[in-house]
Design a binder for this molecule. Sequence first.
Ligand code: ADP
Ligand code: TRP
Length: 332
Amino acid sequence: MKKISLTGIKPTGTLHIGNYFGAIKPALELAKEYDARYFIADYHALNTVKERAELSALIRQVAAGWLASGLDPEKVIFYRQSSVPETFELTTALMAFTAKGLMNRAHAYKAAVQDNIEKGDDPDAGINMGLYTYPVLMAADIILFDSDVVPVGKDQVQHVEMAQDIARTINFNYKADILKIPQAAVQESVAVVPGLDGRKMSKSYGNTIPLFAPEQELRRLIMRIVTNSQAVEEPKDPETSQVYLLYKLFATPEEREALAARYRRGGMGWGEAKEELFRVANRELTPIRNRFNEIIADSKGLDETLARGAEKARRIASQTVSRLRKAIGINF
Ligand code: ADP
Ligand code: TRP
């Protein structure tokens, strides 16, 4: 029996190459060895996206993004969280075993409170219960599918640890291994992808390169990457250059070495380095962009793919929920 890998992406913004290299690509790599279950965390997105048309569009975009990046829905169970209502039943059961204090310690919630305090607002201003109980819904996503590993970025490790905590509390209470204890799989080798301004690429910083940017836009964004004022003739350090760090993600090992050598030798200006980056980025992104455009144009086909995935997902989910119902005494 293969082990199970599960992860979700919140449809809260347009996918960017940070999401691609930091989340999508490593998850698809894991899907070669594991039984993979990958989903769109649409109810998690509802905490922040309150505009109807926007949420619908983002759900489709993120789904098309996974498929365009190479997810094979015949091999990976691929679905929307909202299509698996067992998630919400499990959430309710998990709530009964989740200490309120545990939620108080969640980084995202704490950061929102801290932000309010710094602004002189009420500590709870703008914080909904969806944000507060976010880790319980995420624990349900994970536990529902008997997940062994959860590929996530470092920021999500605490949430996976909370899922472990909650599952252990239930197993301990009923003195049985009812729920599987998941492990976070953080890809140490995938560094944080830098954004146009040198900070972490993130939709909240507005410094992203969208995964599906049309060619012209891709070039324009690459030309905007912040560089220092070193002159053309000066030797440059590749490892401290955003342009090179991005180049490394797209280039072959030989290309990487060759460009690093040109940096160190001097005589190459930033404009030229950016042209090289554009060339390799466009080479990798063009087929993804083309597939994305095809998938997004066929919304009926996309919806059917997601519906087939949901059916498979529910078959597994209903087994977990009925196992739990029996164990806790709701079904007898
Ligand atoms: P954003 O920071 O743009 O809001 P999310 O928090 O929605 O992105 O991230 C979705 C997934 O993509 C997470 O697994 C996260 O770790 C990964 N990710 C996002 N930005 C980056 C980045 N700059 N480098 C590496 N991985 C990233
Ligand atoms: N919280 C994750 C994020 O922000 C998204 C997510 C929701 C998730 N449920 C999950 C990730 C379950 C892994 C497993 O990126």
